[in-house]
Write a new protein. Structure first.
Length: 129
């Protein structure tokens, strides 16, 4: 077994060890859109060791959005409330998706969110003018 394969297996095991805690935190709903369908733990920061702040419970549709699927503005509105989470994987992860849409309400939602001002600035800088 290659080192890369072993490292990936260890990472997946580490993520799996958080699944029950993430599920309880999320109340068995998607932490972005509140769906209860096809939930799985999503790894927001694969460049960091997994922990409760870097993992979120997402439904299939939201995981697909996180992977780059295009969405309608209406579909994106369903994840807007996630910006007010105190969990980085939930709030910042949703913010990263929302800044890709060119809707005027996104800027206001990010400005009003509870995220740290430096993170807000980084997200707002990504919004297409």
């Amino acid at each position: 077994m290659s080192k890369k394969h072993q490292d990936n297996k260890k990472r997946l095991e580490a993520i799996s060890s958080f699944a029950k805690s993430i599920g309880r935190r999320a109340r068995i709903t998607c932490e972005w859109c509140e769906s209860k369908e096809d939930l799985q733990v999503w790894d927001y920061r694969p460049d960091m060791p997994p922990n409760m702040d870097t993992l979120a419970m997402l439904c299939r549709n939201c995981r697909e959005l996180a992977e780059g699927k295009k969405a309608s503005p209406g579909e994106l509105r369903s994840i807007r409330n996630a910006l007010w989470s105190n969990i980085p994987a939930v709030a910042v992860g949703a913010g990263e998706i929302l800044v890709k849409c060119n809707e005027p309400w996104v800027r206001g939602a990010i400005v009003q969110s509870f995220m740290d001002d430096s993170i807000k600035t980084q997200l707002l800088d990504k919004i297409r003018m």
